[in-house]
Design a protein around this ligand. Structure first.
Ligand code: FO1
Length: 328
């Protein structure tokens, strides 16, 4: 008998709609990978499903083993569905690795660890894309199958490719980050295709009906910038949650990359990066000492516990962010 994903036992605890102090019309969340997915999941727990749209970076998408892989989209969807591997934050929980082990045995590329269940996602997505379906249609169908009732939209249906300009030439982001383990020296990024890639269906509408836009704690330079470049303008209040806590990225060994780009890894650098669009900024308790510097940028601030290692912390932070929006 077919398993209904919505009945899956790994789904995180109860989806409770805890009303915050203000009534929210609609919240749009911009998300990249693991950190972004966690706050999106928190928002999904505290908002009615129709009041949340998550717009996801597709700049890291790439073709591998003949398959179309969307790492950030999958990370967000698996997290919202309660299907994500809790240890890594990406890939599937209770995963098996038979296919990749056999590919390796045959001498094939095994540097990107695709689990058996995860492979089904890529196989079916690739089949549908080849049939002519769009990424947003496919994502919507997959969300239904996984029991996700919030809207999850790829930023665009057109390809945008985050390319790393390095001392070893130009590399696709996942190639640089995972295969080459961030060894090449980074000189800069570019987002191929971003100038002509329009927003996916539903993106503009979601932004128009939004009360506020929440920039989730994902890498601003790699994961959020491509989304901002596709959507071009935001005329709604924007609140960003810092992905950098106490001078370190919560997830992802990006320190070397920041150093090579001359970016100081701090919440202040994140606030400065977003300053032209930001209404308000959420920084961690560990960074309370730099709150006054951020206020000087004419940005409202909230100091909070932004670590979301435990599932229950996601809803707590989401509620704090929503209350902050209501009071800003
Ligand atoms: N990250 C790695 O560091 N190594 C991997 O082998 C790997 C496999 C993988 C497979 C599917 C998938 O959706 C994500 C995967 N990731 C892997 C994570 C990926 O690089 C991103 O960090 C996350 O998807 C967050 O965007």
């Amino acid at each position: 008998m077919a398993t209904k994903f919505s009945d899956n036992p790994n789904r995180p605890p109860s989806i409770v709609h805890r009303p915050s102090s203000t009534v929210h019309r609609h919240i749009v969340a911009l998300a990249g990978g693991v950190g972004g997915a966690k706050l999106a999941h928190g928002l999904a727990q505290v908002l009615p499903p129709e009041d949340l749209t998550v717009i996801v970076n597709t700049g890291d998408d790439f073709e591998h083993l003949g398959l179309y892989i969307c790492p950030d989209l999958d990370t967000v969807c698996y997290t919202l569905a309660g299907l994500a591997n809790p240890e890594t934050g990406w890939g599937r929980v209770d995963e098996t690795w038979n296919a990749i082990a056999n590919i390796e045995k045959l001498g094939g590329p095994a540097w990107f660890r695709l689990g058996d269940q995860d492979l089904a996602t890529h196989l079916e997505r690739t089949r549908r894309l080849k049939e002519g379906q769009t990424l947003s249609q496919i994502t919507s169908d997959f969300c239904k199958a996984w029991g996700i009732s919030q809207k999850v939209l790829p930023m665009s249906d057109s390809p945008v490719r985050t390319m790393v300009d390095s001392d070893e030439g130009v590399l696709a982001f996942r190639e640089y980050f995972v295969h080459r383990r961030r060894e090449p020296r980074v000189k800069g990024f570019r987002f191929d295709g971003v100038e002509v890639a329009g927003p996916a269906p539903g993106v503009r509408e979601a932004l128009e009906s939004a009360e506020a836009v929440v920039i989730c704690p994902s890498n601003p330079w790699v994961s959020i910038d491509p989304i901002l470049k596709v959507i071009k303008t935001i005329d709604k209040p924007v609140v960003a949650v810092s992905p950098i806590i106490g001078g370190k990225t919560v997830k992802g060994p990006a320190a070397k990359m920041y150093a090579e780009l001359g970016i100081e890894p701090s919440a202040l650098a994140v606030a400065r990066h977003y300053r032209t669009i930001l209404t308000a900024f959420v920084l961690d308790n560990a960074d309370a000492a730099i709150e006054s510097e951020i206020k000087k940028l004419n940005i409202k601030t909230l100091v909070a516990d932004t670590l979301m290692n435990e599932v229950q912390n996601r809803a707590r932070l989401a509620n704090e962010v929503l209350r902050f929006i209501g009071s800003s």
